[in-house]
Design a protein around this ligand. Structure first.
Ligand code: M6R
Length: 351
């Protein structure tokens, strides 16, 4: 049932060309089939989500803002503490399982305040799907490993398509959008899946004092997701944050014992390059995760995990697959319980 692999997580990473093709199928041409009321009168989007789904939500908010649409991503558990004004906002709950208590609670708070709620989920018949005004299924297929992998990729693609639809109602998304390249994405993921380099670097760059994942723009959700995946299954300390925050605190922890993984998604390469130099000066070994065409970044780093050059809006998916492989191989070398990490459950149904 694990398709000949040792772990569901690895199987699910390898499945991504197929799961992404399922997510995309028919939707570039025909859209997400939202009900006509869902976007009526909408002027902004508020995403609510937890964990990996929150990172996908951050990506969605970033994409919408890049097209001039007001959008926020909130951790569901915090959203309910002081709910923001949400008149004319579309509240989008992003939840793989559709059963995460904090996300359901945030959606119910939004419902009580009269907002339109859209669930973006993987599970047909889930509570989020049943209790929201409208639902988009990410169509990734069942995910058994506690660590979310293929569902993150499918969430990101779905939120890109959703952002495009919202932007076409609220503003005008630019003509040079990534839609044309969408159909090539599964093949691009396939080329990343070889993963032998990620396996080697996972051993070489295991830090004694922790691991930092940096990004900028739409690379920030990837850095945060890379760190979450790494800590979740290796039990090693990892932190992911925007590169610009380095000198506001984290730099104090950077030494030769804290490898840095610098995510570059194709924009703002200069800023990532200067962050790389900054941590190298403190002795930290750096792995760049970047399109292979970004030779400046690849050359300045000590090592690199490269990905095919696709539209910069879609590069986050490819760079994230490299970080999935990195986390998997590090956890595998350490002999961890990869599919069921200690203290964690696939679906968190308590607040
Ligand atoms: O089912 P959900 O997407 O609502 O789950 C949210 C988080 O519990 C989940 O993404 C968690 O962070 C993953 N185990 C991370 O790999």
């Amino acid at each position: 049932e694990k398709g000949g692999y040792d772990h569901y997580m690895f199987k699910e990473i390898q499945e991504q060309p197929v799961s992404l093709a399922q997510t995309i199928e028919g939707r570039v041409e025909d859209g997400l089939d939202l009900s006509p009321e869902t976007l009526a009168g909408v002027d902004s989007v508020q995403f609510v989500a937890c964990g990996t789904s929150y990172h996908a939500a951050l990506y969605g908010a970033h994409q919408l803002r890049s097209w001039g649409v007001e959008a926020t991503a909130s951790l569901a558990s915090e959203y309910s503490v002081y709910p923001p004004p949400m008149e004319d906002a579309l509240v989008v709950g992003v939840t793989q399982s559709g059963e995460t208590a904090d996300t359901l609670d945030a959606l119910s708070v939004a419902g009580d305040r009269g907002a339109t709620r859209l669930a973006v989920t993987n599970v047909v018949g889930s509570t989020a799907a049943r209790e929201s005004d409208d639902t988009v299924f990410i169509r990734a297929g069942p995910e058994i490993g506690v660590a979310a992998t293929k569902t993150f990729s499918s969430q990101v693609v779905t939120l890109y398509l959703l952002a495009r639809e919202v932007a076409s109602v609220v503003t005008d998304p630019p003509a040079a959008a990534a839609l044309d390249g969408m159909d090539e994405l599964p093949d691009a993921v396939e080329t990343v899946l070889d993963g032998s380099r990620a396996a080697r670097l996972a051993d070489e760059y295991l830090g004694e004092d922790g691991h930092f994942f940096l990004g900028r723009g739409n690379g920030v959700p990837v850095a945060m997701e890379g760190a979450l995946k790494f800590k979740e299954i290796t039990y090693e300390h990892a932190e992911g944050f925007p590169a610009g925050e380095l000198k506001h605190g984290p730099l104090a922890l950077v030494t030769e014992k804290t490898p840095v993984f610098a995510v570059c998604t194709g924009r703002d390469a200069g800023k990532i390059e200067s962050a790389i130099r900054e941590v190298q000066t403190r002795g930290a070994p750096v792995v760049a995760i970047a399109p292979r065409t970004m030779t400046d970044i690849v050359e300045v780093a000590d090592d690199a995990l490269t990905v095919p050059a696709v539209h910069p809006d879609l590069t986050p998916i490819l760079t994230n697959v490299q970080l999935q492989l990195l986390a998997y191989h590090a956890a595998s070398s350490l002999g961890r319980s990869i599919d069921k990490p200690r203290n964690l459950a696939k679906s968190v149904t308590v607040e």
